[in-house]
Design a protein around this ligand. Structure first.
Ligand SMILES: Cc1cc2nc3c(=O)[nH]c(=O)nc-3n(C[C@H](O)[C@H](O)[C@H](O)COP(=O)(O)OP(=O)(O)OC[C@H]3O[C@@H](n4cnc5c(N)ncnc54)[C@H](O)[C@@H]3O)c2cc1C
Length: 242
């Protein structure tokens, strides 16, 4: 198989990077070379993909016992304006490394469908993905950090931060927050049916797209310790990602 055949606002404004040139032409390293017609570089497309996702794979070159090695770590993220936030324990190797200003590559992938062709070779996947390069800056100001964490929660579950206890001082001290400007990024998007060869079009086999999406698979399951009369908020019953 080949995929390449042919809410409510945050309670306070977290720090954001200066206006970023995401809408400009691609850089040497963001220019999509393989199937370039699938490449997008505009801020609206990149932000929309980042907003539809909340899991990123963060690639760094890390010091390992075998020497410097590429390491890719999955993690949650939030976006506010032209800034992507990741967070974690101060003990995390990823966060400790990134705090030192080590360059990172962040990838976000959304799978929109299985593309079923009439030949094994032309099977594909409909997707939207973003690749973002940059260097993170640690958010240290406690108010900015708290706001970034609230925005982070709202990125995943819009509306949630207004209802829950805000992060307290001890929790803030126990969390590293890293801001990455979204100013060198590419998106790549595949849509549509399989691209089959003429010689296969008469084959007696189903072909088309099986649409996929990230959706809840069952009703929300209440915590056993939840007071029985507690209603499920609309932002949970109506949770969806575009
Ligand atoms: C769910 C999914 C499944 C895929 N499956 C396959 C597969 O099985 N086989 C395969 O060959 N390819 C697959 N792709 C496409 C793959 O991501 C690459 O685009 C492709 O392999 C070309 O890689 P490259 O290094 O030659 O890219 P190049 O075009 O040389 O990359 C240059 C620059 O383009 C940008 N870029 C490249 N790919 C992407 C992307 N996907 N999203 C955003 N920016 C990008 C980056 O900034 C990169 O630095 C898949 C993509 C997704 C999202």
């Amino acid at each position: 198989m080949t995929a390449e055949p042919t809410a409510p606002a945050a309670p306070a404004a977290p720090p954001t990077a200066p206006a970023a040139p995401t809408d400009g032409p691609p850089t040497e390293r963001t220019a999509v070379r393989r199937l370039p017609d699938r490449g997008r570089y505009d801020r609206a497309t990149i932000h929309a993909i980042l907003d539809a996702g909340f899991i990123a794979h963060v690639g760094i070159t890390a010091d390992t016992p075998d020497g410097p090695m590429p390491v890719v770590i999955p993690t949650a993220y939030g976006r506010v304006g032209d800034t992507l936030y990741i967070h974690g324990s101060p003990a995390s190797r990823l966060l400790r490394t990134l705090k030192q200003g080590v360059p990172m590559c962040v990838t976000v992938t959304l799978v929109d469908g299985l593309v079923l062709a009439r030949s094994a070779f032309h099977h594909s996947i409909n997707y939207r993905s973003v690749v973002l390069f940059g260097t993170g800056v640690e958010v240290t100001d406690p108010a900015a950090k708290a706001a970034a964490l609230a925005a982070f929660v709202d990125h995943v579950v819009p509306g949630r931060s207004a209802e829950v206890r805000p992060t307290d001082e001890k929790e803030l001290r126990g969390t590293t927050v890293l801001a990455l400007p979204i100013d060198e990024a590419s998106a790549k998007v595949r849509t549509g049916p399989p691209i089959d060869e003429e010689r296969d079009l008469d084959r007696d086999v189903w072909a088309g797209v099986l649409p996929l999406a990230l959706v809840p698979v069952a009703a929300p399951v209440p915590d056993p310790l939840l007071a029985p009369a507690t209603p499920v908020p609309g932002y949970i019953t109506g949770w969806s990602r575009d």
